[in-house]
Design a protein around this ligand. Structure first.
Ligand SMILES: [Zn+2]
Length: 133
């Protein structure tokens, strides 16, 4: 899977739990449990808010492939014509990230467990969609 697909999946899971107004993230399936969060530059797009559509260059384009595709393609590629909104930050350039030092120990485990579970669910949903279910 391309890293951008993975990023979109992860943030789809996380975005449901973010409260941008109060700068908090809800950590697990408990509406009462929120932890402090801060904005960090999005690592998915390096703060650009967009990246090249993975449908164009999933897995990367090598130098020889680029040569084959021609200069017109190359110019479009680098001018950002194939860019899409970053799925990691929704084009905001920053993401809400929990302030890990302030998260109580017993909640840390739950965060990690929930993220893992949510990723597995998302992977399943995706696999089912691809099979046309
Ligand atoms: Zn981003």
């Amino acid at each position: 899977m391309d890293w951008r697909d993975e990023l979109a999946m992860q943030s789809g899971v996380r975005r449901r739990n973010e409260d941008h107004q109060n700068m908090k993230i809800r950590v697990y399936h408990d509406p009462e449990t929120w932890v402090d969060a801060r904005y960090e530059v999005c690592t998915g797009c390096d703060g650009r808010g967009k990246y090249v559509n993975p449908g164009i260059d999933a897995g990367g384009i090598t130098g020889s492939e680029m040569a084959e595709l021609g200069t017109e393609f190359e110019e479009s590629y680098f001018s950002g014509r194939f860019d899409i909104t970053c799925q990691g930050c929704d084009g905001k350039r920053v993401r809400l990230v929990e302030i890990w030092e302030r998260v109580p120990e017993e909640i840390k485990d739950k965060i990690l467990a929930e993220e893992e579970g949510a990723m597995q669910d998302a992977a399943w949903e995706r696999a089912e969609r691809m099979m046309g279910a």
